[in-house]
Design a protein around this ligand. Sequence first.
Ligand SMILES: Cc1ncc(COP(=O)(O)O)c(C=O)c1O
Length: 386
Amino acid sequence: MTYDFDTIIDRRGSGCFKYDALNMMYGRDDLLSLWVADMDFAIAPEITQALQERLQHPVLGYNLRLDPFYDALGHWMQSRFGWEIQREWVISTPGIVPAINLAILSLTQEQDGIVIQTPVYHPFYEAVTANDRKLLTNPLLYDESGYHIDWIDLEAKLRQAKMFVLCSPHNPVGRVWTLEELTRMGTLCRQYGVIILSDDIHADLVYSGSRHIPISSLEDFADFTITCVSPSKSFNIAGLATSVAIIPNPDIRARVNGLNFKLHLYLGNSFGITAFTAAYTKSEAWLDALMIYLQANRDYLCDFIASRLPLLRINKPESTFLAWIDCSALGLTDTELDDLITNKARVALDTGPKFGVGGSGFMRLNFGCPRSILTEALERIEAAIK
Ligand SMILES: Cc1ncc(COP(=O)(O)O)c(C=O)c1O
């Protein structure tokens, strides 16, 4: 079966954040929209079919996840990542950001230290600061070869921390952490009694040459690790608000799930459960085709920057459909850079400062779109810079 990733789908007016919030966020809507991290591709036909079949049943009441949901997840984790999980480890949440907040609220106290590696997806900051926990940043080191962990700083921060929120793979820098890095992070967390929350939302979106390893699958790290997983990014079903947290340690699980129950977040929605199951059981061929398309987009983007935008720099992302572009050599302030991209190039990107420490001078571009849109966006950026 072949899948079509080239057709341009008009999403305007569908109530999607990426297009329908352009005016609200950028003050104009005549922009090519390459910001919010969802893709402009139609979902896998196997998921559409499963949703249609679900609608054949005319009642949409409260849900109980049945065996196929857990079997689908267990099989996916085993076959893709070699990680054997048990059904009772799994708790369900409406999203990964809710799960991060649930974990912080149920496992830490006000003013407890929580480590994040910056620049990073901005809700990581808010999950710490809005819950009155102490933000401990471990800025990633950036050089010609890309992003690396500052181990001395990480150890110093973990010494003062109760929790480490790991982005694995990392948004926005696109790193897939290696076995050595994960082992070293986990060993430090064990040494200092720090709970790991590993956000693995981008785990399925890894390019050839890299391999995602769930940190919880290593050594004895499962005992103090929560792993958040969802097909929402990889299968483009974020609007169905369905994810899971895999928590092998029964005490940690009981505390997180206690709050999850109290807030009634565990019930889920009928379509999300159906799509989650269909993604992990029937849609692997679609994902494989998607990854070929995304990898070609990624390579095209990197070649374009190297050959036609010499003032910009990018390290090839090892994962995600997000490109983290260093624009600092343009010599603009962040406001000027934003103005150039939005009002001159007429492209909507995420500005670097949204990702906090280390974000200034950068732009994040979402290349989960038809190649023709990506090409047009890059040509507009090239013309604006010239
Ligand atoms: C690293 C990371 N975590 C979580 C999310 C959002 O997860 P959810 O919509 O399940 O809360 C995103 C979305 O871009 C993300 O990049």
